[in-house]
Design a protein around this ligand. Structure first.
Ligand code: ASP
Length: 441
């Protein structure tokens, strides 16, 4: 028998109707032995995600406001599912235990984690699978950094004792036993860790879309689906804001060479998108496509530093990085010329401190000039297929020129797998459409 790890996101487990679809999917393939669940998500437009309600409970507790009714809303959602599906779990007992803990003002991580915890208990009962808590399996160090190898071993050991199990996503614990969550959407990471540990044939990530599209459908009309993509390509795209899968979920799967398959719970016949080490193959072809996808985001700032003879001055870039480090700012790109270097940072990371950072640049680097370009959007055009062909950048740049888009920055990774351009925020959508139309027929 093979092993498939299937992770179901919030919308796939939002209520009894969705859970019935989820169960049918699981039962359709006996290899789907390890199931990871999110907390129930939105059932309709305007509905609340359980995780959001739980964070809200924490806010109420912190401000000494009553939170009983709020927690009752959470409890009622699970109760409704229990009744709808006809499963029997001692939910009231679990609620009492959580209510007791809430009185002690627990961490927001603890409170948020109860969404996945309760859901996994319920889904395990519904499927007749074992419930395996991840609190002791997913291990973080005291600073909250994931301990990848310890986690891998703990999951492997525990699951060798269970033929079929449901595990809650999103959380683990620190060495002192405190619950620690990943960042939002982190159940994807739990799924990837489980898939790695059990050596799964595939890690299925069930959500409410049929995989990745070549571009954001809010910008490009009916973009084509990506049938297969490599881990590396996806890394480039998810980093730039294509948000179907948590970006940290790629690494564990990639380490163990487990393909990730993004699937749609509401359309299980669609094969979705496969993420593998090869992607569409060396030629980068998905129906003969040259590029795999386009993604981007707005609100970056470029600081261009010019200094005569910079190239022969040792330690210039090191000092730039030192300043960024002092301010805890990540740089996105660092395109450089002989006597120039540009630092591309997100506005989020600058966090209103641009003037201070510029002063530091001025005093510690003594450049001849500093130019600041604000309101820049970055667009990544990604695809293994690009490296094997000539004229790809010519196509891209002439498409942008024809659309009247002024390019403010260019950076091409040495893997020749991506071309990043910086354009004015206002040209963002226009630029993406122009690139898409130039490469996709
Ligand atoms: N429930 C958590 C969230 O809403 C984690 C997840 O669903 O992956 O972010």
């Amino acid at each position: 028998m093979g092993i498939k790890v299937a992770k179901f996101g919030g919308s796939s487990v939002a209520d009894g109707i969705q859970l019935t679809k989820t169960k049918a999917i699981i039962e359709q393939d006996p290899d789907r032995r390890y199931i990871v669940v999110s907390a129930p998500g939105k059932r309709f437009e305007g509905d609340n995600k359980i995780t959001d309600l739980l964070y809200l409970c924490k806010t109420h507790i912190e401000h000494n406001l009553p939170y009983d009714q709020l927690f009752q809303v959470v409890a009622d959602r699970y109760m409704a599912v229990e009744v709808n599906l006809g499963v029997e779990v001692d939910l009231l007992g679990y609620f009492d235990e959580i209510r007791e803990n809430l009185k002690k003002n627990p961490s927001s991580d603890y409170i948020a984690s109860r969404g996945e915890y309760l859901n996994a208990i319920l889904v395990a009962a519904f499927l007749g699978y074992d419930f395996v808590d991840t609190a002791d399996l997913i291990k973080f160090d005291a600073k909250g950094k994931l301990l990848m190898e310890e986690t891998d071993q703990a999951i492997r050991e525990e699951l060798s004792r269970h033929e079929r199990a449901v595990l809650p996503g999103f959380y683990g614990s620190t060495p002192d036993g405190q619950i620690k969550t990943f960042s939002r959407g982190g159940s994807d990471i739990t799924g990837a860790l489980v898939a790695r540990a059990v050596g799964a044939d595939v890690y299925e990530n069930w959500t409410d879309v049929s995989g990745f599209l070549m571009a954001d459908p809010r910008i490009v009309k009916n973009p084509k689906q990506i049938h297969s993509i490599s881990y590396k390509e996806l890394r480039e795209l998810s980093y730039m804001g294509a948000s179907v899968l948590h970006e940290d979920a790629i690494y564990p799967a990639r380490m163990a060479n487990v393909p990730i398959n993004i699937r749609n719970t509401n359309d299980p016949d669609d094969a979705g998108t496969f993420i593998t080490s090869e992607g569409a193959g060396v030629a980068g072809q998905d129906d003969g496509r040259i590029i795999t996808g386009i993604a981007g985001s707005k609100d970056f700032t470029v600081v261009a530093l010019y200094k005569n003879m910079m190239s022969s001055e040792r330690g210039f870039v090191r000092r730039i990085l030192g300043i960024l480090d002092d301010y805890d700012i990540n740089f996105e790109h660092l395109p450089s010329g002989i006597d120039t270097v540009s630092v591309v940072m997100s506005n989020k990371s600058i966090n209103g401190r641009l003037d201070e950072v510029l002063e530091e640049f001025e005093s510690r680097l003594r450049p001849d000039s500093i130019d600041v370009i604000e309101n820049i959007a970055l667009i990544a055009t990604v695809g293994h297929g690009m490296s094997a062909r000539t004229g790809v950048s010519a196509t891209l740049f002439s498409a942008l020129a024809k659309a009247g888009v002024n390019i403010r920055m260019i950076d091409q990774g040495s893997s020749e797998m991506n071309i990043i351009v910086g354009v004015d925020n206002k040209d963002f959508e226009k630029a993406i459409r122009a690139i898409y139309d130039a490469f996709v027929q």
